[in-house]
Design a binder for this molecule. Structure first.
Ligand code: HEM
Length: 395
């Protein structure tokens, strides 16, 4: 299921487009139309404190020792809120992600991509994930938040730990404890950074958000910390996976790789088709706010519903030949990898730019790149899809 979920998705779409999963303790929807409708349904479904449901199955003493983690998830932030709070917070965070801001980041992304790719390519053979796809987004997001360079390895660890226990409705206690520990460390760290920027504002996102907190009522301290965590976790591994999946798909078909090398104007289309084919995050979920009927099923309040993005993106009713990487797919932008509706990804422009810049630089520096004989493996991580390692050779 982790390395090849697609046969299961096919069966679900055909035989049980909405199904109750005992294993996930949740409803699961898999057809494109239902996944999109479910993502957009802000009347019946909620993002607010949805993680609380993940702890329901644990014994009382375990729930108690996870009280800090549960408290955190009870805080609202841009992704973990519904209107009107969501509208207020999104308007604020959006300021950091305008097309102008993203354009102003482009030179930095280019410099970073060049630095990482040139150093990796000089080795002849290298692991593209470890050397490029992983460090680039984490360095950028840490810079955006205003963290000094020497602290960046911390962000990488925190991000992996915090997300580790999520992905199905059943929570493993040990990984939830790890998540709680890393979240506490991140919050201690960010609190110090926020205090610093309140005293001496700089030209970074954290100064903007800290000023918003100071101005009162726009963002509380808890909301501010939760937003920092969302920016870190939402913007990091997803982008790593996109970049890794994109390069892998192109290298699997050398003719495809060559055609993009010959026409770099095809790069945005390649990025988009990669997003469709291999959704970096395969599933999202909501809490059911009101009992209602959806796709013929009676959904009770306070249960969970998972939207299988990875399945929606390969629904043959929307995408002909869904398992093929097709560069000029007419309706590629109908994929749901970046969400739909009010929570549509705020970092979409940034993620697309990062992927396009990396691919352009890689093709320029190593036009004859190929998969090396050292093999390939998928990350065995619940909910994410991306290579654990991708060994390549410059030719
Ligand atoms: C390929 C990379 C990415 C993917 C696949 C992705 C995917 C998504 C999806 C599906 C959502 C909607 C979640 C929901 O409906 O509950 C979302 C929301 C969000 N993403 Fe991304 N994302 C990516 C990159 C980024 C980056 C780089 C950032 C920022 C640095 C970011 C920040 C956010 C934020 C703040 C939200 C919440 C928006 C809201 O609730 O209004 N994402 N993302």
């Amino acid at each position: 299921m982790l390395s090849d979920p697609f046969p299961v998705y096919d069966r679900l779409r055909r035989e049980a487009p909405i199904a109750w999963s005992q294993q996930w303790n949740a409803w699961v929807v898999s057809r494109h139309a239902d996944v999109e409708a479910s993502l957009r349904d802000k009347d019946n479904l909620s993002n607010e404190n949805r993680q609380a449901l993940l702890f329901d199955g644990l014994p009382p003493e375990q729930r108690e020792s996870l009280s800090r983690l549960r408290h955190y998830f009870a805080q609202k932030d841009v992704i973990g809120s519904d209107p009107p709070d969501h509208t207020r917070m999104r308007a604020l965070v959006q300021k950091a992600f305008t097309p102008r801001t993203i354009a102003s980041l482009q030179p930095r992304i280019e410099a970073l991509a060049a630095e990482l790719i040139d150093a990796a390519a000089a080795q002849g053979e290298f692991d593209f994930v470890a050397d490029v796809a992983h460090p680039l987004p984490v360095v950028l997001i840490a810079e955006l938040l205003g963290a000094p360079p020497e602290d960046r390895p911390l962000f990488k660890r925190w991000s992996a730990d915090i997300l580790g226990f999520q992905g199905s409705g059943r929570t493993a206690y040990a990984s939830a404890l790890v998540s709680q520990q890393s979240l506490t460390e991140l919050f201690t760290y960010m609190t110090a950074l926020i205090e610093d920027r309140r005293r001496a504002p700089r030209d970074d996102l954290i100064s903007v958000l800290a000023a918003a907190e100071d101005e009162g009522r726009t963002l509380s301290r808890d909301e501010l910390l939760a937003t920092c965590n969302t920016l870190l976790t939402a913007g990091h591994e997803t982008t790593t996976n996109l970049i890794g999946n994109l390069v892998r798909s192109l290298l699997l078909d050398p003719d495809l790789w060559k055609s993009v090398v010959a026409s770099p104007r095809l790069i945005p289309a390649a990025v988009e088709e990669s997003l469709r084919l291999d959704a970096p995050k395969q599933r999202y979920f909501r809490r059911i706010k009101h009992a209602h009927t959806f796709a013929g099923a009676a959904l009770a309040a306070d249960s969970m519903i998972f939207q299988l993005i990875g399945s929606a993106n390969r629904d043959p009713d929307v995408f002909p030949e869904p398992d093929r990487f097709i560069l000029d797919r007419r309706n590629v932008r109908d994929h749901l990898s970046l969400g739909a509706g009010i929570h549509f990804c705020l970092g979409a422009g940034l993620a697309r730019t990062e992927a396009a810049v990396v691919l352009a630089r890689l093709m320029e520096r190593a036009p004859n790149l190929r998969l090396s004989g050292r093999g390939f493996s998928w990350q065995e991580r619940v909910q994410f899809r991306g290579p654990a390692s991708l060994w390549v050779s410059t030719g």
